[in-house]
Design a protein around this ligand. Structure first.
Ligand SMILES: [Zn+2]
Length: 708
């Protein structure tokens, strides 16, 4: 294969986006897979004692080429999707998945890692390299590498069955969601629902050749009905349909035979198989398997953590609910508040209390003020500078996938280039929804063994779906962001800085690589805090017409609204997390107690809202039954404690610093102990090195307005 003619096989610099065509993909992936298989095969049969240089490094190098090439393809598939690209992407995806699956179960590679671990060389390796070897051994063991042949066969059967069950769980949920719709023909019955939602509902009815409004259980339709529909019966009908999805209530007969979308039998089977898998691997329960790769050390530690947080939050949740009940009774003529009244009454209470709109706030956050403001903040904190990249580099034009994309360079205090990132902010029809950070190139040191080494500069993608700039009366107006979008931007930039400011020399643990799953949101959530700082906001706001920065009075209203019902929201998250942890820790899938009974117990302990009997929430809890969050749902709150507590040090040091919370000394320490270290040591060690002690939940409670 001629590498120079295929841009995906050029690893000398930045991706050559404008040259990549769908026809490059399959040949490039095929070539790389063949090359990798050949390299790995040679290594597997190498009779020499494995060393870092002869064994680990070649595998890392080979995998890096594949992941860089495939990373560009995945990226384009997510941001410049076309039917042609999607098809080729989907053709190649199983090959990649299979390659990594085989690699993770390769017995000979596992043996070689064990030999390396037992060798004298291991003792001489850096801490980062030791951790890479240890992580590999752990992952092999979790993949069943140490099981006897019969047990291994059973293990693989379980894995297969679990992946089928998860996929069936998601299919049932989607089918059940799609199967329901409600047509309303009387205009009085849709009062209160916003015009844009009604517009879509009318179009959907028209598609069916009907008059009126068609509502569905998809979020953009379901949520506004719950929040805004004055019609209580409509809200209840929709609520009932939503919370009985994929349950025994969805067993229906039709002409094509019986449709059974009930997820409960799948849930029981999934729990049984997870338990069996855990026992095969030598663990007491599946929660222990899940935590083997996480920062939390034991299921009991997680349970204690959640219960402590629940005890702190519950009084506030009760107060939130009482206020809501009182408001609903007095102002909305709802003397008995039902679960389908809660979003509706909450929205009305919010409007009554905090009279400002997102639209009003948005006028103060133009892109040309927000982006430089965010850069200025991290420049102060971390002694770096961020500048737009030159358009030409080493005689090559820098290539982009879309004209809206920009590339920025980060320099350290000494003027050396240390990282680069692409920013792609606006929504478009070819881009997948949401916002995310992804690594394009990871930092590593290359060529150490030949003496003179070079550092590979990390590169990141920052992708959002914000509204684009518009022309008003022929005059261009910059893009305007809601405050929530600004928070999203800071969040993703936080992930980006974790990837870009790393100082680790080994790929597998540089940046976010190798960071425990329940700690990876620390740097991102940490950044969100700055969006609530007056000193930061005055520097990054400017009314798009008047040029004024954000008025203090409006900021105070935003602050007051920030913690609206935070108690109720927190106990709800804790309810899900406790339910998930108990299911995978001390719940017996073969016992007398049912999944629903366990949920009832958890609710009676921590919840303030007890839903009606027919509520089948577990049947749609896709995070843990259809996704990767099993015995991991707690991670949301866990990482929030870490990020809030880390930010707490900035708050503590603010009073003694002229820069306030933007204190550069605290910033340097955060950069050095957390961002720079990446996954080269356990997250707890990094946290303690920064904070001087183990994490505490006080700061999170304070940030949520839960202090006496
Ligand atoms: Zn995140």
């Amino acid at each position: 294969m001629n590498t120079s003619s295929n841009p995906l096989l050029d690893f000398s610099g930045l991706p050559r986006f404008s040259e990549i065509n769908p026809e490059h993909i399959t040949p490039a992936i095929e070539a790389l897979l063949n090359e990798n298989k050949a390299i790995i095969d040679e290594i597997r049969h190498d009779p020499q004692t494995p060393t870092w240089q002869s064994f680990v490094q070649p595998v890392v190098d080979a995998n890096e080429r594949l992941s860089r090439a495939w990373g560009q393809v995945s990226h384009l598939n997510a941001v410049m999707n076309t039917p042609e690209l999607r098809e080729i992407y989907n053709q190649n995806l199983p090959l990649i998945t299979q390659f990594y699956a085989e690699l993770s179960q390769d017995q000979r590679l596992f043996e070689k890692f064990k030999q390396l671990r037992a060798s004298k060389e291991y003792e001489t390796l850096s801490l980062a390299r030791k951790k890479i070897v240890d992580d590999e051994l752990r992952d092999f063991r979790l993949g069943g590498a140490e099981l006897s042949p019969e047990k291994k066969q059973r293990f693989l059967k379980i894995q297969e069955a679990l992946s089928e069950l998860s996929s069936k769980f998601n299919d049932n949920l989607l089918d059940a969601t799609n199967a329901f719709s409600l047509l309303i023909e009387n205009a009085e019955e849709v009062s209160g629902i916003p015009e844009d939602v009604l517009h879509t509902a009318r179009q959907m009815a028209e598609k069916d050749g009907r008059q009126g409004w068609k509502f569905t259980l998809h979020m953009p339709s379901y949520l506004p009905v719950q929040q805004y529909a004055d019609n209580r019966i409509l809200r209840e009908k929709m609520y009932h349909a939503f919370y009985t999805r994929a349950s025994e209530y969805n067993v229906t007969d039709d002409k094509n035979g019986e449709k059974n979308w009930d997820n409960m039998p799948l849930i029981n089977k999934i729990l049984e198989l997870r338990e069996e898998e855990a026992k095969l691997l030598g663990y007491k329960n599946y929660a222990e398997v899940s935590l083997a790769t996480k920062m939390a050390s034991s299921p009991q530690q997680v349970l204690d953590f959640l219960r402590e947080l629940a005890a702190k939050a519950k009084p506030y949740a009760k107060k939130d609910l009482q206020e809501l009940q009182q408001f609903a009774a007095e102002q909305l003529n709802l003397p008995k508040l039902e679960t389908w009244d809660i979003p509706y009454a909450s929205e009305k209470l919010r409007q009554a209390r905090y009279a400002f709109s997102d639209q009003e706030v948005k006028q103060y956050f133009p892109e040309n003020k927000v982006l430089p403001g965010m850069f200025k903040l991290v420049e102060k904190l971390y002694h770096i500078s961020i500048v737009p990249a030159d358009s030409v580099e080493l005689e090559h034009q820098i290539q982009y996938w879309h004209p809206d994309v920009k590339l920025f360079d980060i320099f350290d205090a000494g003027g050396s280039l240390i990282g680069r990132f692409y920013v792609d902010l606006y929504a478009r029809s070819t881009k997948r929804g949401g916002a995310w950070m992804d690594g394009a190139i990871s930092r590593r040191r290359i060529g150490c063994e030949q003496g003179g080494s070079v550092v590979q500069i990390p590169v990141a993608y920052l992708t959002c779906n914000f509204s684009a700039p518009v022309e008003i009366k022929g005059k261009p107006r910059p893009a305007l962001f809601t405050h929530n979008e600004v928070i999203v931007l800071f969040h993703e930039f936080g992930h980006g800085l974790h990837h870009l400011l790393t100082q680790v020399d080994d790929l597998n643990v540089s940046g976010i690589n190798g960071v425990e799953w329940d700690a990876v949101e620390l740097p991102s959530q940490f950044m969100e805090n700055f969006c609530w700082e007056w000193d930061v906001l005055t520097e990054m706001t400017q009314h798009v017409e008047t040029g004024e920065s954000l008025p203090r009075a409006l900021f105070d209203k935003m602050l007051a609204a920030k913690n609206f019902q935070s108690g109720m929201q927190m106990v709800r998250q804790i309810e899900f997390a406790l339910f998930d942890m108990h299911l995978h820790y001390d719940f017996n899938p073969h016992g007398d107690k049912t999944v629903l009974q366990l949920l009832d117990e958890v609710r009676s302990e921590v919840a303030v809202i007890i839903p009606p009997d027919y509520n089948r929430f577990p049947n749609s809890f896709a995070h843990i039954f259809g996704g990767g969050y099993a015995a991991g749902y707690y991670s949301y709150k866990w990482a929030e404690v870490l990020s809030a507590d880390a930010y707490g040090l900035f708050e503590e040091n603010a009073s003694s610093s002229i820069a306030g919370v933007m204190d550069a000394d605290t910033g340097s320490r955060f950069k050095q102990e957390i961002l720079a270290m990446g996954g080269s040591r356990p997250a707890l060690e990094s946290f303690v090195a920064f904070r001087g002690r183990e994490p505490q939940m006080d700061a999170l409670l304070r940030h949520n307005g839960m202090t006496a």
